[in-house]
Design a protein around this ligand. Structure first.
Ligand SMILES: Nc1ncnc2c1ncn2[C@@H]1O[C@H](COP(=O)(O)OP(=O)(O)OP(=O)(O)O)[C@@H](O)[C@H]1O
Ligand code: NI
Length: 309
């Protein structure tokens, strides 16, 4: 029997008002997360990864508008009130934000940062529970509990955040760049902490630029370009046999593949090409690529948005 679907996003689009106009930051984004899965979202800066994550959490600014449906544990959240949504956040789904420095309150000790969300969600928040949660997330120094974020290293703060999120036991966790700005050893620490707590979580959405991190933790990968998914599939298939020219270029730009840069830049949201969004940078683009926007086509476990297939 297939594992239960715990998160379903159907044809999500997000627009931001910009003066008199609107720009579309995410279009036609669909995702299914089943129990036990870790789905990674990769793509260059500005392609819409965080906006999609914030739409799922319903924490986008009021200058935004969304279309599509989002189901969290079979609950359609798009029409819920903010009060109802507050229960969904924490009880059903949690997010680890992109910037740990901005996510932790500089005026609270780590123990209070872990305790407050637990209390809000009516969970035990005694000293022993907090110590256990921190230890499980890899914070092994017992004195971290009485430290302020400015007294901890970046890696330690990141693991404290991991502890806050895992302590809520919300099942689905979105991790937005959990290794950003960390050096190699700290990345390995966070990876180890994540592997340890992964089994307690029902499903993870992992947003990252760090492909080796994604390779070791994810079951599937979704590749985004200029606001849309251009390829998705099993992690090993995407990394060893990329089909979309953009995925191939992205992998070639990694240090382990020779650092070959992708020519040009991703389009501004106000200047999205009419045809394939990658065509102005694609070495394989042909006439139809410039004029017709390709659909996302499914091939068994893989989905690709390219006229060549
Ligand atoms: N509040 C906002 N108002 C207007 N545009 C926004 C807003 N938030 C994000 N955007 C735009 O939406 C696009 C997608 O941004 P997003 O933060 O999702 O990128 P990302 O893929 O997460 O990039 P990174 O890897 O740098 O975190 C960008 O062009 C960004 O400028
Ligand atoms: Ni982001």
């Amino acid at each position: 029997m297939k594992n239960k679907k715990i998160l379903q996003v159907e044809k999500l689009s997000v627009w931001f008002r910009s003066g008199e106009c609107e720009v579309c930051a995410v279009s036609d984004f669909s995702l299914t997360l089943a129990e036990g899965e870790t789905v990674a979202i990769i793509g260059e800066s500005g392609c819409g990864k965080s906006v999609a994550a914030h739409a799922i959490m319903r924490i986008l600014p009021s200058s935004s508008r969304i279309d599509g449906n989002i189901f969290i544990n079979d609950i359609c959240i798009t029409q819920l009130t903010e009060e109802e949504m507050e229960r969904i956040r924490g009880d059903h789904i949690a997010i680890l934000f992109q910037s740990p420095d901005r996510s932790l309150n500089p005026l609270y000790m780590i123990k209070r940062q872990v305790a407050e969300p637990l209390k809000i969600h009516n969970k035990p928040a005694d000293k022993q529970t907090i110590e256990t949660i921190l230890r499980q997330a890899g914070c092994n120094h017992s004195d971290i509990i009485s430290k302020y974020p400015c007294q901890c290293s970046g890696g330690m703060n990141q693991r404290a955040l991991l502890a806050i999120v895992s302590g809520l036991n919300s099942g689905i966790v979105i991790m937005d760049e959990p290794t950003k700005g960390l050096d190699y050893d700290r990345v390995k620490d966070v990876q180890q902490s994540l592997e340890e707590i992964k089994s307690d979580m029902r499903g993870i959405i992992l947003i990252s630029h760090d492909i080796s991190f994604v390779r070791s933790l994810s079951t599937r990968i979704m590749v985004m370009y200029a606001g849309e998914v251009i390829e998705s599939g099993l992690t090993s298939d995407i990394l060893t046999q990329p089909m979309h020219p953009y995925t191939r270029s992205l992998l070639m730009s990694l240090p382990e593949h020779g650092f070959v840069p992708i020519p040009g830049m991703a389009p501004a949201l106000s200047e999205i090409p009419a045809g394939c969004r990658f065509s102005p940078r694609c070495t394989m683009s042909d006439e139809p690529c410039n004029h017709f926007h390709p659909d996302l086509v499914r091939y068994k476990e893989r989905e690709v948005r390219c006229h060549r297939y």
